[in-house]
Structure formats: C-alpha cells, structure tokens
Design a protein around this ligand. Sequence first.
Ligand SMILES: NC(=O)c1ccc[n+]([C@@H]2O[C@H](COP(=O)([O-])OP(=O)(O)OC[C@H]3O[C@@H](n4cnc5c(N)ncnc54)[C@H](O)[C@@H]3O)[C@@H](O)[C@H]2O)c1
Length: 272
Amino acid sequence: MGVLSGKVAIVTGAGQGIGKATALRLAREGADVVVAEYNMETARAAASDIRALGRHALAYHIDVSDVKMVRKMAKDVVERFGRIDILVNNAGVSEIKPFMEITEVDWDRITRVNEKGLFFCLQAVAAQMIEQVPEEVKKAGKADRSYGKIVNLTSISGQRGRPLHPHYAASKAAVISITQSAALALAPYGINVNAVSPGVVKTPLWKQLDAERARLTGARPGESMEAFLEKVPLRRAALPEDVAAAIFFLCSPESDMVTGHTLNVDGGYEMH
Ligand SMILES: NC(=O)c1ccc[n+]([C@@H]2O[C@H](COP(=O)([O-])OP(=O)(O)OC[C@H]3O[C@@H](n4cnc5c(N)ncnc54)[C@H](O)[C@@H]3O)[C@@H](O)[C@H]2O)c1
C-alpha cells in the first residue's frame, strides 16, 4: 500500500523522459496510471513497466493539442477507472531556432502543445475532479483536504528571455500563469494546481536540443550542457527521477497546503 493507493493518475507524454519517470514513480507510490501519449510504441512499453509494478496501466493515444481528443480522454478514463485524482501535464515540444527566423508555423507548433494543449487538458480533467467533490464542500467553497492534484511542467526557460527558442520560452511562461489562474479557480473545490520548473534534464528532448544547438553554433555535442552546468550551483544535470520526485511531492497529501506554486528543480540556477 503506497500513499497514492486507490488514486488514478493521467500523465501526458509519459512514453519517455520526465513523463515516464513520473508515471513509474506514481505507480510505485500506489497509483494506477494512464500513459497519455502521441507515440504508442513508447506508451505501451511504459504501461507494461507500470503493470510489472503491480498497478493498472492504460496506454492511451492522444495529441494533447487536439481539444476533442482531450475531452474524450477524460471521459474514457472515467469509464475505465471510475475517477481521476491526478493530472501531470507533462507533454511538451521544443526546438532551437534563432529569434528572427521563427515562423508562424513554428510558433503554432510549439504553443499548440505546450500552452493550448496543457490548458485544455487541465480544464477537461478539472471538470471531472469537480464532479468528484462532495456537495457540502462545494457549498462551503472550502475543503479541509485535497480533492485533486494537477501538476504542470514549465521550465526555467519560462522565467527569462531565450533568443534561441522564444516561442518555447513564451509557452512555458504561459504555463506559470495558467498554473496560478487555475489554482485560484479550483481552490474553492480543494483542487491543488502547481508547476514544476526543471533546468537541464537528461532526456531525449535535451539530446534533440543539444544537437540542434550544435548544428547552429558549431559547438560539439554535449558542449552546451557543459557550459550550462558551469552556472548551476549543484554542478550537475537533473535526472528524470529528480523531477519525478518533485512531481510526486506535489501529487501527495504532503503538499495539500501548496497551490499556485512553481517549484524549480534546477540545481539552484534560478533564485527569485
Ligand atoms: N528535458 C529538459 O531539460 C526539460 C527542461 C525543462 C522543462 N522540460 C519540460 O518537461 C516536459 C517533458 O520533457 P522531456 O525532456 O521528458 O521531453 P521528451 O521529448 O523526452 O518527452 C516528451 C514526450 O511527450 C510526448 N508528446 C509530445 N507532444 C505530444 C502531444 N502533442 N501529445 C501527446 N504527447 C506528446 C512525446 O511523444 C514524448 O514521449 C516538457 O514539457 C518539457 O518542456 C524539460
């Protein structure tokens, strides 16, 4: 029995990287997990790893930027598992491209997933979480415990200018804002909404960005991570499991009094 026993969690983009580490961590803590993914091959593998931990898992095909699919997912998960207690809005995309070369297509591709997709996933799941809140809590407009946990993935890129991925940085700044708005909107129901803000995390996404940066600047692969780590007080890149640990905290009863917060998991890079 873990602290999340009986809870049903949806983790978007859980086929690899931070999402997969999070799905496995939540499962280890007792949750049943929906691996909501674009890539069904990685989704099925992650779901099978979760089942090996003795939990129920569902590999669910979705493009989070498609609002119809997102609303259908919330319904399908309730049909299958009966409820939704946790949402980790993790699916995200990025690219390295100079400020003056960003096209309208680039802008839409990044923000549709990271900003619009995240907002409507949150809204669809929050609607179900609100349904699960007892009538007396709804009437009182306050609760003495949490009735749902939502964690959004932002980035340190959302906290400062980024000339080599301004569209990504803008979408991640929007995630911080959406987190605060949602925390206020859902507080009367006892639903907690927080964000986790990683620095550099060793995932396939980071490898992709490093390769793109190397092509653009002529740096050798890995050089940009080394340069970044020089400025990180803890002097190392995060592992997906480091980020998953922070997400788990924000999904657990230990964080019932935390809402609207953005938690940096960046080795001390940003401090403000
Ligand atoms: N890796 C880092 O250094 C880092 C740093 C800060 C923030 N983040 C954020 O953390 C999150 C996870 O990053 P990661 O490094 O694990 O990325 P990743 O690319 O390794 O994994 C992302 C997963 O999301 C899935 N996905 C992408 N678009 C999707 C869509 N439209 N619908 C459904 N699934 C989709 C992909 O198939 C992939 O499995 C992202 O939001 C990212 O912006 C990552």
